[in-house]
Write a protein that binds this ligand. Structure first.
Ligand code: 5BU
Length: 465
């Protein structure tokens, strides 16, 4: 190993930036080591060494501007920028999530390539968020340089979106150098090694085991219905008249475990709609889910849910919820109900050009994880299999992922809808597929529903072998 690296590792250990022992991480896991590089700015000699190491790695990379992810890596990037004579830009931390306001400080031109420096990589998630901000501003991102790679498979994760990771120091390097100096004993070194070599997220467990570990009654109910009905198909019944609605539902009812309605699409909705819907749901053993996409403040959504023409809370056990108004929407919706109800949060959308960002998705999942009693899962989508898997990995196993934008025969609808195949959705970790026009626009919706149900269930079975 190069002397510079050796020196850096020893220096970081000396200033307390590398610690060994027992540390509780944000994820809840206990780690045998902890890396905190925030204090390195107070050690100019260490910075000098790091900047030289960074310059060595940068030598063969092509880029027009560079940046460091605030806070720790920003001063490092600034120093490199001065030494190389390459312009620096940076992303404001506080307005990261949304497209309004100025996100990127510094001068650059759209189409230029930006290299991103960071101090650490653990899962890669914050790298995706940083890249997204740069890309939204018109920059291209190809390379990431991280000072320390403490990840299980960070490089592989970044590669799913075509980014290349170069890192300067690995955990193995640290073990080697500190071990040789008797600063880390063999037993602890082995613990560190084992910790790093275990995936951050557990692979998706078998559905039945996940059900056993699920506590929220309404989430259990969905999972039990999927298993009992041997179907992971949700029919999205977006038709405009009641007669067609019930014709299709009578024909497809045996194949689906849930029907998703947009009740406000119906032109001739009347008082007999709900009793008929409930009767069919009982007859064919499926669940009722209104895709209302609530999005307003708590007090308004409460009225929208319980009152008005449709009185949705009376008949839809599950509804969709946008989190744009913040967590209080969940209290507004589910805080004061006669019968238990549960929500699916919109975490990602299938529509082309939708404004949901990586940061927004993460924040939606953070709220949903805290509110399992009234959040059964998420609606989400993905660009490809790897992207869906990465997304699914962030979702707790006792919550569900429902995926719309699925079609066996079409790739889109000319109005922005982007379709995935059934296999890709389920193999990526979707627990259920939501299909609308693939079924309802066909001449024989019953037969078509069976085709989707079989495709969905075969994919489900191969995930649960
Ligand atoms: P389709 O006919 O299979 O394209 O219908 C898909 C349904 O799922 C439709 O009711 C949409 O409102 C719904 N949907 C979606 O397509 N994509 C999304 O990201 C979300 C909902 Br959220």
């Amino acid at each position: 190993m190069e002397n510079r690296k050796r020196t850096l590792i020893l220096d970081l250990h000396r200033i307390g930036a590398l610690k060994f022992g027992e540390f509780k991480l944000k994820s809840g896991a206990t780690s045998p080591f902890y890396i905190d590089l925030r204090s390195i700015i107070s050690y100019p000699e260490i910075i000098k060494n790091i900047v030289q190491l960074l310059k060595d790695v940068l030598a063969d990379k092509q880029f027009d501007v560079l940046t460091g992810i605030p806070y720790t890596a920003l001063p490092l990037a600034a120093q490199v920028s001065v030494e190389l004579g390459t312009p620096l830009v940076y992303q404001r931390k506080e307005v990261k999530a949304y497209g309004t306001g100025k996100l990127i400080e510094g001068h650059f031109e759209a189409g230029q390539t930006c290299l991103i420096i960071d101090d650490l990589i653990t899962t890669g998630e914050s790298k995706f968020e940083a890249a997204e901000g740069m890309e939204e501003a018109g920059l291209k991102v190809k390379d990431f340089i991280c000072l320390i790679d403490r990840s299980y498979n960070g490089a592989e994760m970044l590669a799913t979106k075509g980014y290349k990771l170069s890192s300067i120091i690995t955990v193995e390097d640290m073990i080697e150098v500190l071990g040789a100096e008797n600063l880390l004993d063999a037993k602890l070194a082995q613990k560190v090694r084992e910790f790093v070599n275990q995936p951050v997220e557990k692979p998706l467990l078998k559905f039945a085991d996940r059900l056993a570990a699920t506590e929220a009654p309404l989430t259990q109910k969905l999972m039990e219905t999927i298993l009992r009905k041997k179907s992971n198909l949700v029919l999205s019944l977006d038709v405009e008249d009641v007669a067609t609605f019930f014709d299709i539902l009578e024909a497809t009812g045996p194949e689906i475990f849930m029907v998703k309605t947009h009740v406000d699409i119906l032109k001739d909705y009347n008082g007999s709609f709900v009793p008929r819907l409930k009767a069919l749901a009982a007859k064919h053993d499926f669940i009722i889910f209104e895709d209302r996409k609530f999005a307003d403040i708590g007090s308004t959504v409460r009225k929208q849910f319980k009152s008005g023409v449709y009185k949705i809370a009376d008949w839809a056990e599950y509804v969709t919820v946008h989190m744009i108004a913040g967590e209080a929407i969940l209290d507004g919706l589910f805080g004061d109900l006669e019968a238990p109800r549960s929500g699916f949060l919109l975490a990602r959308m299938s529509a082309k050009g939708n404004l949901i960002s990586e940061t927004y998705t993460r924040q939606v999942l953070e709220v949903g994880k805290r509110r399992k009693e009234c959040v059964s899962g998420y609606i989400g989508h993905g660009a490809n299999l790897e992207d869906i898997k990465r997304f699914r990995n962030k979702i707790p196993q006792d919550q569900l992922l429902l995926m719309p934008g699925v079609n066996l025969d079409s790739k889109g609808d000319g109005l922005g809808q982007q379709y995935l195949t059934v296999e890709m959705a389920v193999a990526g970790g979707a627990d259920a597929i939501i299909v609308g026009r693939g079924i309802i626009a066909s001449k024989d919706p019953g037969a078509e529903a069976k085709r989707y149900r079989d495709a969905g269930w075969n994919a489900f079975l191969s995930m649960n072998k």
